[in-house]
Design a binder for this molecule. Structure first.
Ligand SMILES: Nc1nc2c(c(=O)[nH]1)N[C@@H](CN(C=O)c1ccc(C(=O)N[C@@H](CCC(=O)O)C(=O)O)cc1)CN2
Ligand SMILES: NCC(=O)N[C@@H]1O[C@H](COP(=O)([O-])[O-])[C@@H](O)[C@H]1O
Length: 299
């Protein structure tokens, strides 16, 4: 993981320097925090003007809403205004169109949350560039194999905790999430996959490879799946799916575009439910989403 020019935050965590992005250079104003562990952290951003958001401690009081749901054995019936905005980390490896959809939804109020950090294994991918343009901190994880800067999963968890991340949304992230991170965020990591799992999932099934396999199989339907992340690829509990027709003369690219269009809508709807605490768990362990329009219905 890489974060550079770490800018010490008013210390909620004296051991963890902020990687907030200031309007003006705050180095001179805030206590300098030097730690060899963090010295190797590099953050990449491209735009020159940054917004500095000093978040009051009050706003950072957070609680994992899934605990609340499980504890209450139901979903929250609080009005949205009474529900704390959730902090989201998004993980990408490529263009980041799902990330952009989610980010825009947080701005227009569809999603009651904010993207507080972007994590990527490719520092120069489209998603990272977009995050930099929007002054969203970018963490590179895992770092390059030959990089002398070794940054453990534990360090990544510490960095995510420093942002008070409530939920992690994988959106085209192509590396296996280490078990330590899965365990650090129980029932709080989602992934979107471009097929109707469990079909066409698992190691080797990503990006266009998925759509090529669907076309080759003769399947008449495909569509995105959003699932909880466990320790293997694509085996976590399914939370939501949308069905998309596979047309007789579809190319893999045409199918990919049709599925991606549905992905964007589905991920925003699921992120909205997550942030409004409308996820509940059935007795048999299947997660359900409470309908916003009719609280007596689930999907
Ligand atoms: N612990 C988990 N980590 C991740 C999951 C998951 O369900 N559990 N989902 C993936 C996303 N994904 C499918 O939705 C997926 C991504 C990548 C691969 C894959 O085979 N990757 C290759 C490497 C590809 C590359 O580096 O370019 C591999 O591991 O050999 C399969 C499925 C995200 N992480
Ligand atoms: N198995 C994981 C996988 O294939 N994920 C897929 O990568 C694409 C990322 O697009 P984006 O970067 O434009 O959001 C999406 O289609 C997503 O479903």
């Amino acid at each position: 993981m890489e974060i550079q020019n770490a800018i010490p935050r008013r210390s909620f965590h004296s051991a963890i320097p902020s990687i907030r992005i200031p309007k003006t250079n705050l180095f001179s104003k805030l206590p300098q925090i030097h730690s060899p562990k963090w010295a190797s952290l590099k953050i990449h951003y491209s735009s020159s003007s940054y917004s500095h958001t000093l978040i009051s401690k009050r706003n950072l009081q957070c609680r994992n809403s899934v605990d609340k749901v499980e504890y209450n054995k139901g979903v929250s019936d609080k009005p949205k205004a009474k529900i704390r905005r959730k902090n989201l980390a998004v993980f990408v490896s490529g263009g980041g169109s799902n990330f952009r959809s989610i980010y825009e939804a947080t701005l227009n109020g569809s999603v009651h949350g904010g993207v507080v950090v972007l994590v990527t294994n490719k520092h120069d991918c489209g998603g990272a560039e977009y995050a930099g343009d929007k002054s969203i901190p970018v963490i590179v994880f895992p770092g390059k194999k030959d990089s002398k800067e070794v940054f453990s999963t534990e360090d990544l968890v510490t960095a995510l905790r420093s942002y008070k991340v409530d939920f992690i949304l994988l959106a085209g992230y192509l590396k296996l999430i280490p078990v330590e991170l899965v365990r650090a965020y129980p029932k709080s990591i989602l992934n979107i996959h471009p097929s109707l799992l469990p079909a066409f999932g698992g190691k080797g099934y990503y990006g266009m490879k998925v759509h090529e396999a669907v076309i080759a199989s003769g399947a008449r339907y495909s569509g995105p799946t959003i699932h909880y992340v466990d320790e293997q690829y694509d085996t976590g509990r399914i939370l939501a799916q949308r069905v998309v027709p596979v047309l007789a003369k579809d190319t893999a690219q045409e199918l990919a575009s049709r599925v991606l269009h549905e992905e964007h809508k589905l991920y925003v709807d699921v992120a909205a439910a997550l942030c409004e605490e409308r996820i509940t768990w059935r007795e048999d362990g299947v997660p359900l989403i409470q309908s916003k329009e009719n609280p007596n219905e689930y999907w």
